[in-house]
Design a protein around this ligand. Structure first.
Ligand code: NAP
Length: 329
């Protein structure tokens, strides 16, 4: 049996991807074979497949850091033929053949039943982006992110993680300031639940090590100078979830926000999240963490044959929300 996959190669230091037919025996080993119905395109997928970021640990490899599908066969008693399941992180699409393919084979320990309250397509509208937003909010809540501490800033707000974070935070009753570099998405973000939508410039952030406290917390997708400035403007005991690096990986800060205001920077790693916490967060996302506007956040469903166009457009900041891949189309 052959099937289609987006396979990534490295030749003479050049990373390239192409759609090709492959067979099950060529996939990385695992206990569970899954017919992949949906995958998604995340920032990391685009970096990895184009070679603009060093994401893959081995070549060749099928791309795709998340998938939802139906169990085709399983040598592990926890899963049976016909079960609807999902996989995200754990090395999928980085060191193990990923979800941008019609079939996948993975260790049973990575597999999560599709949560009550979500369809397979919902799972991939959320995808790694949604899971990461959920994990960030979980970490902030665990560290006592009360509503009284003030509004939560979400940077890179029109992107996948940003859009879902805005929706989830708003549902949880937080005041949300969505920061986007693109004014054309003001109405989109307001509709998702943002109380205020603005540019970085509108925030009028200062450059001093400790600035006027204005924000209760931050979900940051962009890194670099903006993250440094937001840390300095965070109120007493507020939390900053560091997720992304869309604008840069450097962080220039001082200890003052930490030792004078009790501010915490919380790391968020979707790849390495322990399985029990990963499962809890997926289950919460079928319930009280479920975004109210999943169908608005879904901006396009594409077949595997179009992922290449989506990789480029995502990295060129021409897309918003979430792109889902219908792997059987
Ligand atoms: N830590 C983890 O486990 C984890 C998991 C998933 C994603 N991430 C990271 O989180 C970030 C967001 O991922 P995503 O999948 O949501 O990507 P995405 O859909 O492409 O969204 C990224 C958003 O960041 C903003 N942006 C893009 N380029 C920028 C630039 N040069 N300067 C400033 N802002 C820029 C844009 O928002 P606006 O136009 O609205 O400003 C864009 O929509 C990425 O850096 C990704 O690598 C990390």
């Amino acid at each position: 049996m052959t099937f289609l996959a987006c396979r990534i190669y490295k030749q003479e230091n050049q990373v390239e991807h192409r759609l090709e037919q492959m067979d099950l025996d060529s996939l990385c080993t695992g206990d569970v074979v899954i017919k992949v119905h949906y995958s998604g395109v995340n920032y990391k997928d685009a970096l990895g497949a184009t070679g603009r970021g060093a994401i893959l640990k081995q070549f060749p490899l099928n791309g795709g850091i998340d998938l939802a599908g139906v169990v085709e066969s399983s040598s592990d008693s926890r899963f049976k033929v016909g079960d609807e399941v999902l996989v995200n992180g754990c090395g999928l699409g980085e060191s193990h053949d990923g979800g941008l393919a019609q079939m996948a084979r993975v260790p049973a320990d990575w597999v999560i039943p599709v949560p009550n309250g979500l369809t397979m397509q919902d799972c991939m509208i959320l995808g790694t982006a949604g899971f990461t937003a959920g994990l960030a909010i979980h970490r902030m809540q665990e560290n006592n992110q009360t509503h009284e501490k003030g509004p939560i800033v979400v940077t890179g707000a029109s992107g996948g993680v940003g859009s879902i974070a805005v929706d989830m935070l708003s549902n949880l009753g937080y005041e949300v300031i969505a920061v986007s570099g693109r004014r054309e998405f003001d109405d989109y973000l307001t509709n998702l639940g943002a109380n205020k939508v603005c540019s970085v410039e509108d925030l009028e952030l200062g450059q001093r090590p400790l600035e006027k406290g204005q924000f209760g917390g931050v979900i940051d997708n962009v890194g670099g100078d903006l993250l440094s400035q937001l840390i300095a403007h965070t109120n007493l005991w507020g939390n900053i979830a560091s997720i992304g690096l869309a604008s840069g990986h450097r962080l220039d800060t001082t200890v003052f926000p930490f030792i004078l205001r009790g501010v915490s920077v919380l790391g968020v790693s979707s790849t390495n999240c322990p399985m029990s916490l990963r499962t809890d967060i997926w289950n919460r996302m079928g319930g009280e963490l479920k975004p109210s506007h999943l169908q608005d956040i879904l901006t396009e469903v594409v077949p595997l044959s179009e992922v290449s166009r989506v990789f480029d457009a995502l990295l060129d900041r021409k897309l918003h929300g979430r792109i889902v891949v219908d792997c059987q189309a």
